[in-house]
Design a binder for this molecule. Sequence first.
Ligand code: SDX
Length: 393
Amino acid sequence: ESGLITIDPGYKNTGSTKSAITFLDGEQGILRYRGYRIEDLAEKSTFLEVAYLLIYGELPNQSEYEKFSREVTTHTLVHEDIKKILDGFPSNAHPMGVLSSLICSLTAFYPNSLDPNRSAEDVNLSIVRLLAKMPTFAAWAYKNEVGHPVNYPDNSLDYCSNFLKMMFALPAENYDVDPVVAKALDQLLILHADHEQNCSTSTVRIVGSSHASLYASISAGINALWGPLHGGANQSVIEMLEAIKADGGDTKKFLDKAKDKNDPFRLMGFGHRVYKNFDPRAKIIKKAADDVLAKLGVNDPVLDIAKELEEAALNDPYFVERKLYPNVDFYSGIIYRALGIPTDMFTVMFALGRLPGWIAQWKEMRENNEPIGRPRQVYTGANERDYVSINKR
Ligand code: SDX
């Protein structure tokens, strides 16, 4: 501490705002969007309905839902010039980098989105455009990586089916979306839709607090999510499980590595800043993994390794003392893989799910006229000293 400034690394004990969007109880493992239990929404709602709930605060009635869905559907197409941007990326560009660039490029196609004082209907149009074009950008980022031609959106399909078709359809053969896959994806997106003031949401808020455009704020959030300690963890979990499998499946060996302070290895998909109990999303995803893999007739050996690892960790004093439980990223990659989603698109899927939450949080921050984010510091550098010319150094 120094004077009035209290340093709180990682803001572990600092509240940055007041919000009416999402409620977490880390001790009880509770998660609610606008008061609705995540368990109910995951079972009974759809991703677009949850997006409406998070952004506008209430569940839509039938006509509101149909109007919203139709608006999103009619904005899925992107300007042909986007292809020029896409062509500028090497094929080894990580899809998250392509996605954040394409989202930010929307400020060029919709320059009025740079006006911080534009009308509410203009802001809503930006919101609908973002929800509509993110799946197109995500699928195109993947096509850039695999060297396949991009697919245009098919407005006769629902949100997830349209995304899957843009991802996997090829000119050489027809592609029919498997409704089991579309439904499983829809539920995963619901489970990722918001999570109060996590790292990427706080990024969206602080960038938006300078009155940067919604597109620039979301682009920043995508980059924050990319980190392996945050949304990137779902990709790291699968890489870790594959490594354990390749190493002969000795989960105890990797558990010991995770406990070794001298070893930077961490049990990816475990632990959480807020949840000191089971992450309720992890519980739902773990059950969904069994259901979806059974329905698709997929037998993935890393699912068994994951369950063995979880069981061992939950009975290991190191993890129990630190209240380390599986988080949302621990099982999600296993389902994405069963759905045919390639590993380095897992974090893009997280971004696709988190988009409505980021939008809702940005909107709340702007509607509350919150001040520009500008934390202070405690200075620990050199005292005042005179300049020394280079020939005297
Ligand atoms: C997400 O914030 C959100 O809500 C995020 C998220 C969302 O929906 O937006 O839920 C999504 O990001 C989930 C988290 C995904 N990340 C991972 O799975 C990466 C592995 N997890 C850890 O890196 C860690 O648990 C964090 C980053 C998730 C949380 O870090 P904290 O709160 O800063 O905790 P910490 O690093 O201070 O750890 C506390 C102790 C430490 O040991 P000690 O120094 O006290 O002896 O627990 C240990 C850590 O070493 N620890 C782990 C561990 N996680 C914490 N040890 C081994 N393996 C782990 N996974």
